[in-house]
Design a protein around this ligand. Structure first.
Ligand code: ATP
Length: 327
């Protein structure tokens, strides 16, 4: 069974012309890491928040969001709180914004578990010590305050906190963007190692394709609220099947290329006040024809590639085998 199974998720915000999430299908299996990539404003964060049953106020949400078999969109408030506290965890971009600055790290780590009522103080503290050790921090950190720790140490604390209740699903939203490159590499390695060790499913939101290539088993490429391509990360990045994926890869800076240069994808992601009748990428796509402008392409299996789908009318004829090598 998939730990996270999102099916046909549609979210409509009041006063807009197109759904902000438009028929999203996404699965993450136990022990698997799926990277959700795409330009800013495509709906990545909304998708990962929906996995916690969080949708913007006054938004209309349809479809199903199953976490460990329970639909987060229909659970009552109490059950939702319990599922959030015991089966899911989220790691955010900026650890300082997500932690109470006047509470000691020890209290921060243990209070979530103690609130569930199932853990007493001693047991919660033991669990905190085990996890601090797992993330490479000393036990003395328990008595420290957030301002006494560096950004990298604090993100390690956040990872420890996320794993306290032994969640089945970890949602990481740009968890290393606020860190320098060395610390970023350490945190990514740590996340990967712990996720394997604890067998957690992880949805990793990022706009950094190189990072996605390093951490993910599978990748889902999102554009204007839709998943336009999915598949094994290595294969998708080596040979993209959707013109948008190919354009994203071309626009990703490659310092090791013979002639490093930055390609820009012309145009912008259509705003929420623009109705879309066909493919949302059609207006920016060099391969679009009349059909792309009027008929919505459905996701279809990519021939010869396991667990891979693409939503493009012209994928087979336009994207050459071998595609744009990257990474
Ligand atoms: N609470 C909200 N109320 C209204 N609109 C929202 C809300 N949250 C997000 N949006 C809009 O939904 C769209 C998708 O936002 P989302 O944050 O999911 O994108 P993203 O792909 O994660 O972008 P980024 O990489 O910049 O974080 C954007 O147009 C955003 O302005």
């Amino acid at each position: 069974m998939n730990t996270l199974q999102i099916a046909d998720l549609r979210v409509v915000l009041p006063g807009t012309e197109r759904p902000v999430l438009d028929g999203v299908d996404l699965t993450v299996a136990s022990g698997e890491t799926v990277a959700l990539v795409g330009e800013s404003g495509c709906g990545k964060t909304l998708t990962s928040r929906a996995a916690l049953g969080m949708v913007p106020p006054r938004a209309e949400a349809t479809g199903t969001v199953l976490v460990d078999g329970r639909d987060m969109l229909t659970l009552g408030a109490r059950s939702l709180r319990r599922v959030r506290a015991t089966t899911t965890a989220m790691i955010f971009q900026d650890p300082r914004a997500a932690i109470n600055p006047v509470r000691r790290i020890g209290d921060f780590l243990t209070e979530g578990l103690r609130l569930t009522g199932a853990w007493d103080k001693t047991r919660a503290r033991e669990r905190a010590l085990t996890l601090l050790d797992a993330v490479g921090l000393k036990s003395t950190v328990l008595r420290q305050y957030p301002h006494e720790l560096s950004g990298g140490m604090l993100q390690r604390v956040m990872i420890a906190a996320a794993l306290m209740a032994d969640p089945v699903l970890l949602l990481a939203d740009e968890p290393t963007t606020a860190l320098d490159v060395t610390t970023q590499a350490e945190i990514i390695a740590l996340l990967g190692e712990l996720q394997q060790r604890f067998g957690t499913a992880m949805l990793f939101v990022t706009h950094d394709l190189d990072l996605a290539a390093v951490i993910a088993d599978r990748v889902a490429v999102m554009y204007a609220g839709r998943i336009v391509e999915t598949g094994p990360a290595e294969e998708v990045f080596a040979a993209p099947k959707h013109p948008y994926t190919a354009a994203l890869l071309a626009a990703s800076p490659r310092l090791d290329a013979p002639e490093p240069r930055l390609t820009v994808i012309p145009g912008r992601v259509p705003g929420l006040h623009t109705a879309i009748s066909g493919c949302p990428f059609a207006t920016r796509c060099g391969h679009a024809d009349e059909r792309c402008a009027t008929e919505r392409p459905q996701s279809t299996a990519v021939p010869g590639r396991a667990e891979a789908e693409v939503a493009c009318w012209n994928s087979e004829s336009l994207i050459p085998q071998g595609g744009a090598a990257h990474g």
